[in-house]
Ligand binder design. Structure first.
Ligand SMILES: Nc1ncnc2c1ncn2[C@@H]1O[C@H](COP(=O)(O)OP(=O)(O)O)[C@@H](O)[C@H]1O
Ligand SMILES: [Mg+2]
Length: 229
């Protein structure tokens, strides 16, 4: 569903992604783990067209998305929950979700989004900035789902979120995958969350994948070693 081949990205002269290869099956959840500065955000921004790729290919289904603008990529079926959530704090919850509808031709927020996140229905007229961190994360996910994606990217969704809410987030993401058959790629530094949510765990170091293992039978000690400073 998501195929990435030899993807490269640079900031100025310095190459940060050194030829990433990744194949994610329909309805598969993959966690990409790595310490700060290893290239997780750059990978997601490059897939979304926010950072230009300097070579390689990326496809959603059969459609190549490289060279396209971010909104064209969204229309091709890929959506993104950025690190730090980046919701619009002065806009209401409903307005925030509506910004995700631009590529779908509908003006109404689909019912099933509020069914997944009942708290957002309750709070739909509140300003985004007045929500708790966990609620803002739900809002950012709802906004991304509003574009009806086939592939959802989440960049460190647990950052700054309480442990009890983190477990709930893992359950919700698996539920969305089960209900919608969504393919999910999530970057993460928290191993327990990755093990809760993912079918497969990949480790990135300095812009290269160095470890790739199914969730079942994973060598937790080995992955932990990559994550410790
Ligand atoms: N806008 C930028 N300009 C220059 N270098 C950057 C920029 N953003 C990130 N980098 C560098 O790229 C590397 C990967 O960063 P990033 O993708 O943010 O890592 P992660 O998300 O894993 O913490 C780091 O060395 C970082 O300093
Ligand atoms: Mg990052």
């Amino acid at each position: 569903m998501l195929s990435v081949e030899n993807l490269r990205a640079t900031y100025g002269e310095s190459e940060v992604l050194h030829g990433i290869n990744l194949d994610v099956k329909p309805a598969e959840i993959v966690a990409i783990m790595g310490r700060n500065g290893m290239g997780k955000t750059t990978l997601m921004k490059t897939l979304m067209g926010i950072v230009p790729e300097r070579g390689g290919d990326a496809r959603v289904g059969d459609v190549s998305i490289v060279g396209k603008k971010p909104h064209q990529r969204v229309a091709s079926g890929i959506a993104y929950v950025p690190q730090g959530r980046m919701i619009f704090s002065s806009m209401t919850v409903r307005e925030n979700i509506e910004t995700g509808l631009t590529t779908t031709g509908t003006k109404e927020v689909p019912e099933d989004i509020y069914e997944l996140f009942p708290v957002l229905l309750e709070m739909k007229s509140r300003r985004g900035g007045n929500l708790s961190g966990g609620q803002q994360q739900q809002l950012a996910i709802a906004r991304a789902l509003a574009s009806d994606p086939k592939v959802l990217l989440l960049d460190e969704p647990t950052e700054g979120i309480q442990p009890s809410i983190i477990r709930e987030m893992a359950r919700t993401l698996r539920k969305i995958r089960d209900q919608k058959g969504l393919t999910i790629v999530v970057s993460e530094q928290v191993l327990s969350f990755a093990l809760d949510v993912a079918d497969r765990v990949i480790v990135i170091e300095n812009g290269t994948f160095v470890h790739d293992s199914p969730r079942d039978g994973i060598d937790e000690a080995r992955v932990s070693k990559f994550l410790s400073v």
